[in-house]
Design a protein. Structure first.
Length: 171
């Protein structure tokens, strides 16, 4: 093929790629139900006043991930279902170094964003087939693949299992 044709083809592809990206960001859904999780900070996609708000249906539309693990605060092994923290961060177009997770009781903790690439950290909404209730760690609980990685069986990770998660701040 002649170089001029190749460069036309290439710029054509770029236009299609940009159009596709615009279509994806425009498709960020409006909140239908109750806001369960709020994501703020250096994110590319928002749906209300610079914030990304998610109801349960929106969270359950993210790729579902299952994880079987014991926890530091319950007996035995449990089946958790939810989505990967890194999938959520990619979904909102998060860019930064630090994620602060805040809970209903204002418990807050900072994470190095790279941790979510290293480990399949889950934001779980179901345990053993039942929804996590706000009376018991729910509706969202950050769950680490504790049984899969011995280095996660450590007090320094136990405090990152934020239960009753309501908010993530990216910076
Ligand atoms: N929402 C919320 N999550 C939290 C905490 C908290 O106070 N609030 N404490 C953390 C700490 S310090 C630990 S060790 C684990 C286990 O806490 P628990 O034994 O009170 O369940 O949860 C973490 N997640
Ligand atoms: Mo703790």
């Amino acid at each position: 093929m002649r170089p001029i044709f190749l460069s036309m083809l290439f710029s054509g592809l770029l236009i299609v790629a940009q159009w596709a990206t615009a279509a994806v960001s425009a498709s960020f859904p409006e909140l239908q139900g109750e806001a369960i999780l709020e994501v703020r900070g250096t994110i590319k996609k928002t749906n209300k006043d610079g914030v990304a708000l998610f109801d349960m249906a929106m969270l359950q539309a993210l790729p579902i991930m299952r994880l079987e693990t014991s926890t530091a605060v319950t007996d035995g092994v449990h089946l958790f279902e939810g989505f990967l923290m890194r999938d959520l961060l990619a979904y909102v177009g998060a860019e930064g170094e630090t994620v602060t997770a805040t809970a209903l009781n204002n418990y807050a903790i900072d994470f190095d964003i790279r941790e979510f690439e290293r480990f399949d950290v889950l934001i779980a909404y179901r345990m053993d087939g039942a929804p996590l209730l706000s009376s018991d760690k729910g509706p969202l609980w950050i769950v680490y693949p504790r049984d899969q990685h011995p280095e996660l069986q450590d007090i320094r990770y136990d405090y990152r299992w934020v239960w009753q998660l309501t908010r993530l701040d990216i910076r």
